[in-house]
Design a protein. Sequence first.
Length: 278
Amino acid sequence: MAIRNVKWLGEFRGTLVLVGAGKMGSAMLDGWLVRGLDPKKIIVIEPEPVKAVKALARRGVKLNPKDKVGVASAIVIAVKPQSAPEALPQLARYIDKATLVLSIMAGRTVGFLEKLLPAGTAIVRAMPNTPAAIGRGISVAVANAKISKRQRKQASDLLAAIGKVEWVPDEALMDAVTALSGSGPAYIFLLAECMTRAGVAAGLPPELATRLARETIAGSAELLHRSDLDAATLRQNVTSPGGTTAAALEVLMGPGGFDQLLTRAIAAATRRSRDLAG
């Protein structure tokens, strides 16, 4: 079930530590602040902060504090996966049994996190995607056995600041999640590229083909988002028997077509996700 309740952020108790303020970390930070989280409750650990993050220090966000700040209520880890072995052990000073650790690092498993964090730490691993930058992402989360009901809701609310949230009971599903929604925006962008090139090949000026492809994909995605109908029904509603759409779909849905290509692509991404996780 999707979780959208983020009104609580204005009442967040304790300290929230964000480790890593790159694109995804910054998107989460912006979402928290927009939803009323007190900047003075936020600590950002980022060796190379961009100007926008530095500017937040004037609003009260503590950037790379040198003084002792005590235990955190929640820690969000948004560093690059390759930085994890060095970054995670340094977080022990912020953690006690009540601390939630939420990781959005791709490929880093709950088991990996448990080895580098203090014993008994409550951990949630999540996979968001890039539409989080405009608050329209979707994150899928899985928790370890130490998570409490309160901490699970806390993780949901932190992630809901960048979009919808789903939970899975089995971490093994996270590889398929990564392949479908984590990598999925790239498939949509590729579709826009391909539609543009096909339009040009059919005789359209490149700039017009680009605009038509972009607006068609964006508008169709918004229609799918707002509609109560499933994708198959929406497709059928566009398709008149014997018409132009039907002619195109005979190619796309034929042998070796779109469905089979995407199935192979997502299977390949799933395998690669498992390989990277070790």
